[in-house]
Write a protein that binds this ligand. Structure first.
Ligand SMILES: NC(=O)c1ccc[n+]([C@@H]2O[C@H](COP(=O)([O-])OP(=O)(O)OC[C@H]3O[C@@H](n4cnc5c(N)ncnc54)[C@H](OP(=O)(O)O)[C@@H]3O)[C@@H](O)[C@H]2O)c1
Length: 316
C-alpha cells in the first residue's frame, strides 16, 4: 500500500538490475516518490506513473489509476506497439538536452568521416599504401537532415558551425540560422536532389516508414552518402544495398536497423561500404533522464502543458 500523499512509479527500463539506480536518482530528485520494479509492482491501483521501455502487452491497461506514461527514450513506438495501450493517457517523450548533444556529436563524427574520405584512407592503410586526396572544404559539401526536431535541429546547428552547407526538411517550416529549411512532401524531391550527404533523424510513424526507399534514394545525386540514426524502418535494407550496388549511394553509416539487434547473418555487418553502430548515437544517462522526468512530473502535477508529449494526431 502506498503511503499517504506519496506518488508511486513503476519502472521497466534497463531491467531489474537498473532499478536501484533509478530509485537512487528519484530519491534525490523527487523524494516523495515510491519506485517499484515492473516485476514486483504490488497493488496496481497505487500506480500513478509508469516509466517504461517496451512494456509487456496489457500491463499498462491493468493499472487503473495510471496518470502519465513516461517513455524512457525519445521515441514512443515501443509503447504504441502495445495493442491494449490505454490510448487516453498522455505519453512523455524523454528528451534531455544531453540526448540532442550526443546525437549531434554522433552525426558530426559520421559526416566528417564521410566528408574527409576516412573509409578510403582506412582501405589504403590496410594495404600499406601512402596516397594524398583532396577533399573539398566543408563549405562545399551539402548536408541535408530529414527531421528538424530536438535531434535534427541540434545536429543542423553543429554541422553549420563546422562550416557545412546545411539544409533540413520537416513537416512544418522551421527557421534555423544558416540552415536552408524545406517543408512538406512537395519540397522533398528538390531537397534530396541537392545533397552530398543525407542524414535521417525522423521519428517512426506510418508516414516515415520506408521514406528512404528506392524512389527517394534515386532522387539523391549519384554517389551520395547516407547517415541513418532515426529508426531502421525508414531505410529498407534491400533498397539500401541495391542503391549501393548500383553506385547511387557510395557509403552509409547506420545506427538503426529494421531488426534490432542486427541479426548475425545480416550482410550489413560485413559490407565494406557500410559502418554499423549498435543504436548508440544518443544514449543519455539515467541521471539525465531522471532529471528530465522529475521536472516533467512536477510540471504535470501543476497542470502545465508538457512540450514533449506524444501527439496522437501527428503520430510522434
Ligand atoms: N539512434 C539513436 O540513438 C536515437 C536516439 C534518440 C532519438 N532517435 C530517433 O530520432 C527521432 C527524432 O527525435 P526528435 O526528438 O528530434 O523528434 P521530434 O522533436 O519529434 O522531431 C521530429 C522531426 O521530424 C519531423 N517529421 C515527423 N514526421 C514527418 C513527416 N511525415 N514529414 C516531414 N517531417 C516529419 C518533424 O516535423 P515538425 O518539426 O514539423 O513536427 C520534426 O522536425 C526519434 O523519434 C527517434 O526515432 C534515435
Amino acid at each position: 500500500m502506498a503511503g499517504t500523499g506519496q506518488r508511486v512509479m513503476v519502472v521497466k527500463s534497463g531491467g531489474p538490475s537498473a532499478v536501484p539506480e533509478w530509485r537512487e536518482h528519484f530519491r534525490v530528485l523527487l523524494p516523495d516518490t515510491e519506485l517499484r520494479c515492473w516485476t514486483e509492482p504490488g497493488n496496481l491501483a497505487d500506480i500513478g506513473y509508469a516509466l517504461v521501455w517496451e512494456p509487456d502487452e496489457g500491463r499498462l491497461a491493468a493499472m487503473p489509476n495510471l496518470r502519465l506514461i513516461l517513455s524512457s527514450a525519445v521515441g514512443v513506438e515501443h509503447i504504441l506497439a502495445d495493442r491494449m495501450l490505454p490510448r487516453h493517457l498522455p505519453i512523455l517523450r524523454t528528451v534531455p538536452g544531453e540526448a540532442a548533444d550526443q546525437m549531434a556529436e554522433y552525426v558530426a563524427w559520421a559526416v566528417l568521416h564521410l566528408h574527409r574520405g576516412i573509409p578510403l584512407l582506412q582501405e589504403q592503410q590496410a594495404r600499406g599504401h601512402w596516397q594524398f586526396h583532396d577533399p573539398p572544404l566543408a563549405s562545399a559539401r551539402r548536408v541535408g537532415i530529414l527531421g528538424l526536431g530536438s535531434m535534427g535541429a541540434r545536429c543542423a546547428r553543429m554541422l553549420a558551425g563546422i562550416g557545412f552547407r546545411v539544409s533540413g526538411w520537416s513537416r512544418g517550416r522551421k527557421a534555423i540560422a544558416d540552415v536552408a529549411c524545406h517543408a512538406g512532401q512537395g519540397e522533398l524531391p528538390r531537397f534530396l536532389a541537392d545533397l552530398d550527404i543525407v542524414v535521417c533523424l525522423l521519428p517512426a510513424t506510418p508516414e516515415t516508414r520506408g521514406i528512404l526507399g528506392t524512389e527517394n534514394l534515386a532522387r539523391l545525386p549519384r554517389g551520395a552518402c547516407l547517415v541513418s540514426a532515426g529508426r531502421g524502418q525508414q531505410v529498407p535494407e534491400r533498397d539500401l544495398l541495391a542503391a549501393l550496388d548500383a553506385g547511387q549511394l557510395s557509403r552509409a553509416v547506420l545506427d538503426v536497423f529494421e531488426n534490432e539487434p542486427l541479426p548475425a547473418e545480416s550482410p550489413l555487418w560485413r559490407d565494406p561500404r557500410i559502418i554499423v553502430t549498435p543504436h548508440v548515437a544518443s544514449l543519455p544517462s539515467r541521471e539525465a533522464r531522471a532529471r528530465f522526468i522529475a521536472d516533467a512530473i512536477r510540471r504535470f502535477e501543476q497542470g502545465e502543458v508538457l512540450p514533449t508529449l506524444y501527439d496522437p494526431a501527428l503520430g510522434y
